[in-house]
Design a protein around this ligand. Structure first.
Ligand code: LLP
Length: 436
């Protein structure tokens, strides 16, 4: 699906001209394509049609109410990690009975809130948490549906900050201890319903191998727990990687959306939805349990861009800097994970020569860059740039660092562009603060 493409040298999101949008709403500005969210959700959903399954969108990737609302309308469930995310899902019209609640540090207030709203299940990350959920459920007179997160000790081969399935990571319960923990819970913790098993080995996985290895390892355990405790589901987590990088020189725009499978193959992209389904469905189907998935980035990543304006050009003796009005507070992925985001001009000049530059923000930190020594089409002061693939872990990780108001967010659907979050004002910056 080509949701971001040039039409007559101007970048469009669906049928909306991004130059006009940036001029109207100012920058930095997050822009999402509703059609791309829907397309990615449906593509995954249909690839898994042979399985009884539920896609629980990982709210942490993009938690804007309008985005959640559109996914809820598609029938999505949600993977949440806080009471705040549950609140958002409910506000957006999501169904709590399709929400699984993950995270290593759930508080009493969050557990009570989730029990009151009737969530699908808690993904439990430690024995201490399991006992505590049992206690809280008993106190409020409810039974808590739980699944335990198994740590399969598989190397996801991704950035160390987003790798979660090895024994040294803080997540989940060791594979070897799971059966014993279920037996203990069944015998000693009467306020729990043992409903499933969950795992998630990491994010931005670009090959099928770690998924295969983890599913192969955990599937026999699922069968065993189904037999022993009648568990009903197996959540295989999220983690499907997306394409962040491509050469602009190709003039190809299809990659901005997760490309159709043949294009991905041509470009040597090892992991596609077809391959994911083709490899995993035969292993999962015989288990005869419901399969849950928790994709975030796959659905949201290439559905959004961050528009920014070139404020100044600074030519140093060693480098040329393009100083833009977005900073690491707006999009932290390059600073935090050395994440690559393609940078393209919103309006492409006809001449279109390139320069090798650093694209940097206004924040007082050397880590505040979006690209270093990158060849990009030449842009002048006042031009707009689009930081691509910013729909996942973009706005949600933004902060007010350097007292910068949070950017606005726009949802495009066809030719309609709706402001789905207002830009913060200076008064918003100090809301809640008091001078005693
Ligand atoms: N399920 C669990 C339990 C998770 O911890 C995560 C992500 C997901 C699902 C969704 O993973 P996805 O399908 O999006 O890969 N801020 C980082 C990514 C952090 C991922 C944290 N957990 C980044 O910008 O790359």
């Amino acid at each position: 699906m080509h949701s971001f493409e040039y039409r007559d040298h101007t970048l469009f999101c669906e049928d909306v001209d991004l130059q006009a949008l940036a001029e109207k709403h100012g920058t930095p500005l997050y822009v999402y394509s509703g059609g791309t969210f829907r397309d990615h959700y449906r593509r995954l959903d249909s690839a898994l049609s042979e399985l009884d399954h539920l896609i629980c969108f990982a709210v942490k990737a993009n938690s804007n109410l309008a985005v959640l609302n559109r996914l809820a309308k598609e029938g999505a469930g949600f993977d949440i990690v806080s009471g705040g995310e549950l609140f958002r899902v409910l506000k957006a019209g999501g169904d709590p009975s399709k929400c699984s609640f993950a995270g290593v540090g759930k508080t009493r207030a969050e557990i009570e809130y989730a029990l009151e709203k009737g969530i699908h299940s808690f993904n439990v990350e430690s024995v201490a948490e399991l006992r505590f959920i049992n206690q809280v459920a008993g106190e409020v007179g409810k039974k808590a549906p739980v699944s335990m997160r198994v740590n399969p000790n598989v190397d996801a081969k991704t950035h160390k900050y987003i790798s979660t399935g090895k024994s040294e990571n803080k997540f989940g319960i060791d594979f070897g201890r799971i059966a014993e923990v279920y037996a203990m819970a069944a015998a000693e913790l009467p306020h729990l319903i043992l409903r499933g098993v969950q795992m998630h080995i990491g994010s931005q996985l670009t090959t099928i191998d770690p998924f295969l290895e983890a599913v192969r390892k955990v599937a026999p355990l699922v069968a065993e727990l189904k037999e022993a405790h009648a568990i009903e589901f197996f959540s295989i987590g999220g983690g499907i990687g997306i394409i962040y990088q491509d050469s602009l020189a190709s003039g190809h725009s299809a990659w901005w959306s997760h490309p159709p499978e043949p294009v991905a193959e041509e470009k040597g992209v090892p992991l596609t939805v077809a391959r994911y389904a083709e490899a995993l469905v035969p292993l999962l189907k015989p288990l005869g349990v419901r399969i849950l998935l928790e994709p975030g980035r796959f659905i949201a990543g290439n559905a959004g861009v961050l528009l920014t304006k070139v404020l100044y050009e600074k030519k140093g003796s060693a480098k040329t800097f393009k100083i833009v009005d977005a900073g690491m507070n707006d999009l932290i992925r390059p600073a935090l994970y050395e994440g690559h985001h393609d940078i393209v001009p919103v309006r492409m000049s006809e001449k279109s020569w390139t320069e090798t530059v650093d694209v940097v923000g206004p924040i007082c930190e050397s880590g505040d860059f979006f690209a270093q020594n990158r060849e990009i089409p030449s842009v002048a002061e006042g031009d707009y740039l689009a930081l691509m693939s910013a729909g996942a872990y973009g706005f949600v990780m933004a902060s007010n660092y350097n007292s910068r108001p949070l950017p606005a967010e726009i949802l495009v659907e066809g030719a309609t562009a709706s402001v789905v979050r207002e830009r913060q004002t200076l008064d918003d910056l100090v809301a809640g603060e008091k001078i005693p």
